[in-house]
Write a protein that binds this ligand. Structure first.
Ligand code: ABU
Length: 444
């Protein structure tokens, strides 16, 4: 970061210097709004969302009480109601809160699940519990294990359920794992299904999972952090069919819906449970004898005290686009993913991880430099292929032309994961990326 002095000074610097610092901050940072930024599930820059974030910072308030954030609190209630409706829940049966990101929202889902089964845990901790276990697919998000570690359940008690060839949880395997856990004397309490897995964009079969949860009386949490936005598309919402049967749902508008970071909700299909689970009644914030109905105070539903206003930018974007605007944007990402898949399919040097139309906006693929085409399939070729994506990506970053993620997964060596969630991206950017990968990779 040539010439950018990040050290802090004892004395104030000039306004001119501060402006240079601001320019340098953006100059040396990654341009996540750039149409060729494909690295993350959250990307792009919505100008209305930006305005919302700006106004939020101007208000500089805290979500814990209605008395200090009356307007934002009502907006949160309205957004949550909209999200319950879209999921298929009645307003009176549901509850929720905006939380800092999908991992924390998943933590809430599991926290409430074990409180529901064992309310005594709030006072007595894990000593009150048998050996409880939960289930998530092997393609589920790592935050589920984090939550288990944080909550004292332990990562060993997160049982990974096998997936099919497209990365979807296999219900028969789930059932088998539950019965096996019971035989071992463990106590299953929760299943985390995934709607839009991080790497493959897979959707677990929610109805089949809900049936199993009902049979075994397990809490069903759906991690729809990535896939939740698809509920806004009449063309694609059926991929989440069964989500209405979940007990709790994570949904991140900062991913597919393009709301500036952060904006994530945990939605619970039981009123009062969040508050019962987390309430501490701090007298200095939650006085029962306030001038208004204190049911409006949301602060005791959360595991936080201070809470940032994440709702205004989403509310403002919804006003500006309407539900139809989100739908059109999301449908366009799905079309781009299909376009990308079709172009790659015709290219000799590219190989798709799944040779079928993309389930979501994730498209996973390898690039094969001509040199590797002569090495027969097997260990030696895999060893070489493993190095290709990191080398291409490193060069792309050096030159600043585009950004795309890669990873190994199971027995698959490093492959690229293309993902569409950036409203600025056009077909020309997709074509550019393919050409760029060939340019940087052909001599490797
Ligand atoms: N929470 C998953 C985000 C990962 C990604 O953006 O690639």
């Amino acid at each position: 970061m040539d010439g950018f002095n990040l050290e802090l000074s004892d004395h104030p610097e000039s306004l001119e210097q501060l402006l240079v610092d601001c320019t340098d901050t953006l100059k040396y940072g990654v341009k996540t709004g750039h149409p060729r930024f494909f690295n993350q599930l959250s990307s792009g820059l919505d100008v209305v969302g930006l305005a919302g974030e700006w106004l939020t910072a101007t208000a500089n308030t805290n979500m814990f009480t209605y008395e200090i954030a009356p307007v934002f609190t009502v907006m949160e209630t309205i957004l949550l109601k909209k999200m319950y409706e879209i999921i298929g829940w009645g307003e009176t049966e549901a509850d929720g809160i905006f939380a800092p990101g999908g991992s924390i929202s998943n933590l809430y889902g599991i926290l409430v699940a074990h409180y529901k089964h064992y309310p005594e845990i709030k006072r007595q901790g894990m000593t009150a519990l048998p050996c409880i276990v939960l289930f998530v697919s092997e393609q589920g998000h790592y935050s589920v294990k984090k939550a288990a570690a944080i909550l004292g359940i332990g990562t060993d008690n997160v049982i990974e359920v096998k997936c099919d060839e497209r990365g979807r949880m296999i219900p028969a395997e789930l059932e088998k794992n539950i019965l096996e856990a019971k035989r071992k004397g463990q106590t299953p309490f929760c299943v985390v299904a995934t709607a839009g897995s991080t790497v493959f964009g897979a959707f677990d079969p929610l109805h089949a999972i809900a049936d199993i949860c009902e049979t075994h009386r397990l809490w069903m949490h759906v991690d729809a952090a990535w896939g939740g936005g698809l509920l806004l598309s009449r063309n694609y919402s059926s991929k989440l069919s069964g989500i209405e049967r979940a007990n709790s749902v994570t949904w991140n508008p900062h991913k597919l819906m393009g709301v500036p970071l952060q904006c994530s909700a945990i939605l619970i299909r039981e009123k009062g449970l969040l508050e019962a689970c987390n309430q501490m009644r701090a007298g200095y914030l939650f006085q029962p004898d306030k001038l208004y109905n204190v049911d409006f105070d949301t602060g005791d539903k959360t595991i936080q005290c201070g809470r940032h206003v994440d709702v205004f930018k989403l509310w403002l974007m919804w006003k500006a686009k309407g539900t139809c605007g989100f739908e059109a944007q999301i449908d366009r990402y799905m079309e781009l993913a299909k376009y990308f898949y079709k172009v790659l399919k015709k290219k000799d040097n590219f190989k798709l991880v799944f040779d079928a139309e993309p389930e979501f906006t994730n498209v996973c693929f390898w690039y094969f430099p001509p040199r590797l085409k002569h090495i027969p399939k097997g260990c030696e070729r895999d060893q070489e292929l493993q190095k290709i994506a990191p080398k291409i990506k490193a060069q792309m970053i050096e030159e600043g032309t585009a950004m795309i993620s890669y990873q190994p997964c199971g027995d698959k060596v490093n492959f690229f994961r293309m993902v569409f969630s950036n409203p600025a991206t056009r077909r020309a950017d997709v074509d550019y990326l393919i050409d760029e990968i060939e340019r940087l990779g052909k001599d490797l």
